[in-house]
Design a protein around this ligand. Sequence first.
Ligand code: F0G
Length: 352
Amino acid sequence: MSWRGVVEEFRGFLPLDAAWEPVSLREGNTPLIPVPGLLGGERELYLKFEGMNPTGSFKDRGMAVAVTAARGQGARITVCASTGNTAAAAAAYSARAGLRSVVVIPEGKIARGKLAQSLLYGAAVLALEGNFDAALALVRRLVERRPDVALVNSVNPYRLEGQKTAAFEVVDALGGVPDYLAIPVGNAGNITAYWKGFREYRDAGRTPGVPCMLGFQAEGAAPLVRGVPVEHPETVATAIRIGNPASWQGAVAAARDSGGGIFSVTDAQILAAYRLLASRVGIFAEPASAAALAGVLQLERTGRLAPRARVVAVLTGHGLKDPDTAIDQAGAPRHVSAEVDALEEAVDHWSA
Ligand code: F0G
């Protein structure tokens, strides 16, 4: 039977009313891609490519469940603050469910693909002079006065319920837990969700243990590493340009209780991993996603990764989300004249 999406595939693990009709775009079931040779020694690396979800990011898992609940509970409108991916997913799943969607984004600071998606899915896209943290504070105030509007940021517990299903898939695909689960951290919902998923699968007897959780923030937006909110977060990885994560405690607990940690990586490390992923592995993921690989490489280099470890890194979003950064990093195409000599010269030049 073909894959039915996370609500139906994992309903037994989700706190959903039986009367609520699932909202789905057949999200989930994303590939876990082995990447031999990238880590040293006998370490094994797998990449969970969440960019293969219907709107191109892991948010679809959470949004399928949150919008199922919102519609089930009678909401007419969804609202979210977003650095772009939540907005795209909220807009798509709201369209699917027949709900209106309003998304609030930091003006000028979201990747073009994400903006294009939200607009075309038909959301009201509101650009705020201010960052993600300010946008989230604003939408939280709105829903206090409007019971007909459902907040679909990850402060909505259904979002985390949906996103935890990725942990189930990792265990199912590997036939057990990895030693490490590496993940980029912005608003900190996803690391909280994975940690919940791994514990629930263990408690249900599906797997004997849990992985060590490794979260990675961008150095210019690393409140969890610094231990205090960052007022003006900055990073090339705009998806995780967040200074005061809503799930702060969840991320700290995941790192602490699993024996892992939250670390930071520089924009230069993020971009190096971003290029490496594409040019050496053949995977086009967005910059924020590359933070997880950058972090794993950093821990390996500094001798903090066990020698025979099995590592899963989550690639949270697709590279097509952010074409501007890709072209900025890779350069523009070179001109060739319509002559075979010129083409041959270019071939030789390129393969020299
Ligand atoms: N990677 C990508 C591609 C993201 O879009 C996000 C978050 C994260 C990682 C971090 O996940 O917030 O659960 O810690 N994007 C949110 C958004 C904030 O609005 O799209 P997190």
